[in-house]
Ligand binder design. Structure first.
Ligand code: NAD
Ligand code: UDP
Length: 323
C-alpha cells in the first residue's frame, strides 16, 4: 500500500472520527482539521499517539495552507438542531469552506471527496431517490442553510472539475447512525436511544408516519473509502445509504423493545420542511463500487445502544454543546 497524505475536514465528528481511525490504522498520514463545533477531541483521542496522525484546530472557512494527496471534506454540522443554530456559519462552511478545500486540491492535484447529503433531494417527490433526481428543496426555509449549502458545494465541485481538472468525488449520504454520534445532537436515533436509556419519554415529531432509511456507520465508511479509491474517473454524485425504510414510529418501537424501557412515546410538533419520505436507490453504488450495506437495523441499533450505555456513564461525553 502506498502511504498517502490525507486531509480530513470534520475529522473529529461522528463520521469523521470513524474515517480517521480507519485511515490512520491503514498507515496513511492523516491530518484532521476541525473547529470542534460539533466534534470532540474525545472522539479521536485514541489516535493521538500514532505518529502518522495529527489534529489541527481550524475553521475551514478561513484560509489553510497544507499539502495533501487526498481530501475528505466532511466539515459541516449534520443535525438539524446544530446546523440551524448558526445558519450563516453552516452555509459559509459548505460554500467558503468547500472553496478553500478545492483550492488546496487544485494546488496539490489532490483527489477531493465531498460529503454531500440526501437533503439535496429536499422533500422528494420521487421515491426512492435516484442520483438523476434534481430534488424539491425550499430555498428560504430553516433547513435551507444546510440543503442549499450542500447543493452549492456540489456545483462548486463540478465547476472545479470542469474548469481546473480537479479530481472530484461526490457522495450523497443518507441518514447514518452508530457509536460516536453526539448524544445531544437532536437526530432521531441518538435522541430515542438516550431518552430510552435515561427513562425519559421518547419524542416523535409529527405523527411518526414520515420515513427514513438508516445506514450503520461501518457500511457508510466502507462506501466512502471505496468511492475515493476504486473508480478513478467516476465523479458521482453517488447515493450511499441503506435502502431499508422505516417510519419514525417503527424506529421508536424498535428502540423501546431493544432497551426494554418503560418510557412512553410522546408526540411533538413536526419541524417545518421535514421530509415525508426518504430512501436511496443504490443501484449506482452497486454497479460502480460493488457496494451494498450489510448491517441490519436491529444489529446496528444494538451496537449503538451499547455505546451510549457506556458514554452516558462518563460525564465527559454527555456535555451538551447545545445547552
Ligand atoms: P458531525 O456534526 O458529527 O461532524 C461534523 C464535523 O465538522 C464536526 O467535527 C465539526 O466540529 C466539524 N465542523 C463543522 N464546521 C466546521 C468548520 N467550519 N471548520 C472545521 N470543522 C467544522 O456530523 P457527521 O454526522 O459526522 O457528518 C459529517 C459530514 O457528513 C457532514 O458534512 C454532513 O453534512 C455529512 N452527512 C452526514 C449524514 C449523517 O447521517 N451522519 C448524512 C448526510 C450527510
Ligand atoms: N425526529 C423525531 N424525534 C426526534 C428527532 C427527530 O421524530 O427526537 C424525526 C424528525 O422530525 C425527522 C426524522 O425523525 O422526521 C429524522 O430526523 P433527523 O434529525 O435524525 O434527520 P433528518 O430529518 O435530517 O433526516
Amino acid at each position: 500500500m502506498t502511504q498517502k497524505r490525507i486531509l480530513i475536514t470534520g475529522g473529529a465528528g461522528f463520521l469523521g472520527s470513524h474515517l480517521s481511525e480507519k485511515l490512520t490504522l491503514l498507515g496513511h498520514e492523516v491530518l484532521v482539521v476541525d473547529n470542534f463545533y460539533t466534534g470532540s477531541r474525545a472522539n479521536i483521542s485514541h489516535l493521538e499517539d500514532y505518529p502518522n496522525f495529527e489534529v489541527l484546530e481550524h475553521d475551514i472557512c478561513r484560509t489553510l495552507y497544507v499539502d495533501a494527496d487526498e481530501i475528505y471534506n466532511l466539515a459541516c454540522p449534520a443535525s438539524p438542531v446544530h446546523y440551524q443554530k448558526d445558519p450563516i456559519q453552516t452555509l459559509k462552511t459548505s460554500v467558503q469552506g468547500s472553496l478553500n478545500m478545492l483550492g488546496i486540491a487544485k494546488r496539490c492535484k489532490a483527489k477531493i471527496l465531498q460529503a454531500s447529503t440526501s437533503e439535496v433531494y429536499g422533500d422528494p417527490t420521487q421515491h426512492p431517490q435516484k442520483e438523476s433526481y434534481w430534488g424539491n428543496v425550499n430555498p428560504i426555509g430553516y433547513r435551507s442553510c444546510y440543503d442549499e449549502g450542500k447543493r452549492c458545494a456540489e456545483t462548486l465541485f463540478f465547476d472545479y472539475h470542469r474548469r481546473h481538472n480537479v479530481q472530484i468525488k461526490i457522495i450523497r449520504i443518507f441518514n447514518t447512525y452508530g457509536p460516536k454520534m453526539h448524544p445531544n445532537d437532536g437526530r432521531v436515533i441518538s435522541n430515542l436511544i438516550v431518552q430510552a436509556l435515561k427513562g425519559l419519554p421518547l419524542t416523535i415529531y409529527g405523527d411518526g408516519t414520515q420515513t427514513r432509511s438508516f445506514c450503520y456507520v461501518d457500511d457508510l465508511i466502507e462506501g466512502m473509502t471505496l468511492m475515493m479509491d476504486k473508480t478513478l474517473d467516476f465523479t458521482g454524485p453517488i447515493n450511499l445509504g441503506n435502502p431499508s425504510e422505516f417510519t419514525i414510529k417503527e424506529i421508536a418501537e424498535i428502540v423501546k423493545a431493544i432497551t426494554n424501557t418503560s418510557s412512553p412515546i410522546v408526540y411533538k410538533d413536526l419541524p417545518s420542511d421535514d421530509p415525508k419520505q426518504r430512501k436511496p436507490n443504490n443501484s449506482l453504488a452497486k454497479e460502480k463500487l460493488d457496494w451494498e450495506p450489510k448491517v441490519k437495523l436491529e444489529e446496528g441499533l444494538k451496537k449503538t445502544i451499547r455505546y451510549f450505555e457506556q458514554a452516558l456513564k462518563t460525564e465527559q461525553t454527555i456535555v451538551s454543546s447545545t445547552n
